[in-house]
Design a binder for this molecule. Sequence first.
Ligand code: BGC
Length: 912
Amino acid sequence: MKKSNLRLLIALVFFVVSHGISAKTEIKNLVTEYLTNPVGIDIIKPRLSWQLFSTETNVMQSAYEIRMASSSNNLIKGKDLIWSSGKILSDQSVNIEYNGPELQSKQRVYWQVRIWDQKGKVSKWSQPAFWEMGLLQTTDWKAKWISANEDKTDSPLPCPYFRKQFSTAKTIQSARIYVTSLGLYQLFLNGEKVSNDLFSPGWTSYNKRLQYQTYDVTSLLKNENAIGAILGDGWYRGRIGWARNKNYYGNKLALLLQLEIKYSDGSAETIISDENWKTSTGPILASGIYDGETYDARLEKKGWSTSTFDDNQWNSVIILDHSKDMLVASQSNPVQGTIEIKPIAIITTPKGETVLDMGQNMTGWLRMKVKGEQGNKVSLSFGEVLDKEGNFYRDNMRSAKTTDTYILQGDEEETFEPHFTFHGFRFVKLIDYPGTPQLDDFTGVVIHSDMQPTGSFSCSDSLINQLQHNIQWGQRGNFLDIPTDCPQRDERLGWTGDAQVFSMTAAYNFNVAPFFTKWSKDIAADQHPDGKIPHVIPDVMLGREGGSTAWADASVIIPWTVYQVYGDKRILEDQYESMKAWVEFMKSQSNDDSLWTKGFHFGDWLAFATTWSDYPGATTEKDLIANAYFYYSTQLLSKAAKVIGKTDDVQKYEALCNKIKEAFNKEYVTPNGRLVSHTQTAYVLALAFGLLPDELQTKATEYFANDVRRFGHLTTGFVGTPLLCHTLSATGHDDLAFMLLTRKDYPSWLYPVTQGATTIWERWDGQKPDGSFQDVGMNSFNHYAYGAIGEWLYSYVAGLQIDPENAGYKHFNLCPHIGGGLTNAKAEFHSMYGTILSAWTKEGETFIYNIKIPANTTATIELPLAKANKVVMNNKELIQSKNNGLKEDTDKVIVNLGSGNYTFKYPIKAVK
Ligand code: BGC
């Protein structure tokens, strides 16, 4: 090394030491409101999160400093700062509220952060991140609602096209489009798609909350420009639900668009949707969510969204007098095409039909390449399963036509994909496809809300791995801007109960914070004045139906889940009044003793039913369920009140809990701990929600376990199933929980897997062993509710568990449960702090357990069947390591650890 270099190195080391910079901790993954560099948000105090990465163990943040500037250059130099937090003594690195000067419409803020670790060493500043505000005031909207002058108002009508031509003379510095629609829109600028987002502006309770999107279009603008938009009926005026067949929100589609251009010379220009736009129709003759799309390629208008197009034949638009008061910025992850899959086979069925097998039940559509004569008509009909003869089957779609039709223009090869429809399918029947179809002519486009994947689970049993695959695909198929029950039949609605039972499993698989935050706002928006919650959100039942126990409780449980998983207190603050109103509604329905016996309830939907003469099935009294959930939601409400400092309510609702509990025990529990509905679901609710007095726990647990043993299978429906294995494990019955998990006959989770399922079925026996189907009236093959077992796979089998007292994984538990003949299980979860790993292997009599604890968190580890003096941690005897709160229990050893990677090894007795 040259002398001068050596001197430089010494100087650098001196600098690092004297400035206390810990080179080992890096700050990465900066997000604003859970999103990376979001553009167009309207949250006036956005929350910021970051992650610490370190090669050291036991790393904690002791302080942080955030600084902000209006350019990334200034930020890096620390010049002209908009705001600096100063050094804040805090170990919080998730959801830190911006606390600087009031943010303005369209303002872009660059930010970075540095932290001090537990030894007081300061990190380097992170790389800059940014967010940009949208239009914060209604008056920021200069654009007008424009619509086509359609002579009929009854959809389906051809999709209207809109265009506007304009020039820009100067050099452009930046340009944004703010856009929304009544109905769905697709947007083009100079012939290019403005974004890959689908089904924009999303589905909300449109007349109360309508989302707009913001796009950075700087790079798409030229001197001569044209903007083009196509509108589709979508949920707005297409067929949806069954209360009012069409036009639920209105019968006119409309566009609202504002393009704001900033020139380099400091001037600005705004192009808005107004009377100067032109409209026409094009090739999309009809496009509906349930029924599919009809596209006549002969009617295509080449180059319609470019500046050279001649729009003389196009009509004037009309201005629609529609409010802009309900406009809100998009907050959730947009729907996008996330995966493309190729069909695995082209089948000729016994009926002689040509059917594609995609190999996976998926939600989205088929992109098709086709070559033929002008006017040839090809139809694609979508189905989920083949019947027992191997024929294409779609009776379970009910009235949904789920068919796309393409009429060829007769060019070279043509490519079709639909615009405003989606299908839930594995099989596609090709009708009148010209020529011989080849696998390569077709691609399945999988669409869903593009949530960040956060979790994976696997184990030594391939059938259970397929179950986990099916759960994740169920979520992909049904998290399409709102949580739907199913993606295929004439339903696809935001059923509250389904979403509620699945919410925690969902939050293991994907980051659902933005998704559920958005949907929760619609729960509150559609809640009735008396606190009743509609069965489906957005409510398309004309506000007539609602208030069912376990369904309406989504209003309390979903915000609570988001708080638990992401440490998000704001959702509790924002939803608090809605949560409280639901609890108050239940209270208003109950008698003086707080017993609730009124109203309509779905009950333990689709529980085990039989045709046996002496046992019709596992019916749990609806009132019992109602009172159990009344208790549970009230308990969560009082916990939420505590988290957000509503002290008076804490006591008020704790007192109400006590009353409900007393009433429950008086009405539904015998002095001997037997429940009046002697079903698995009843015991699960009473035990899991903590409704029973201590002295009856053991007896009730025995009744519960004996029932599981007596049947040798589950008997639960939507309400009992999610908590079934959980409650068995928590009451010391892992053996029974694993028995239920690994059972392959009906009814069980693995029965559909043995039948080739690739998603979760609505019913335990959607397709029977003889190949026949359940009732066509309700037989979806992609319904995630029963997939709620996923939570138990992550949290018990792999052992990666939230600590309910330390929301957001700031501290968590790692406590694997062994059983089911499994020789390994592994879960990984990308928490807000970083990746958590919990992976165990049983090699003969040796248990090997690998874990990862991210920086700025701690964990309590329970080593199953361990003896303290036999455990080796990272090649050292565990008992030699200090300060880890080592405890020995009869069947486990407990230690507390800080961040780092650890491997434990110890001998265990034989466990099956
Ligand atoms: C849906 C369900 C829903 C139920 C109400 C069905 O039609 O598909 O999943 O929860 O109705 O019980």
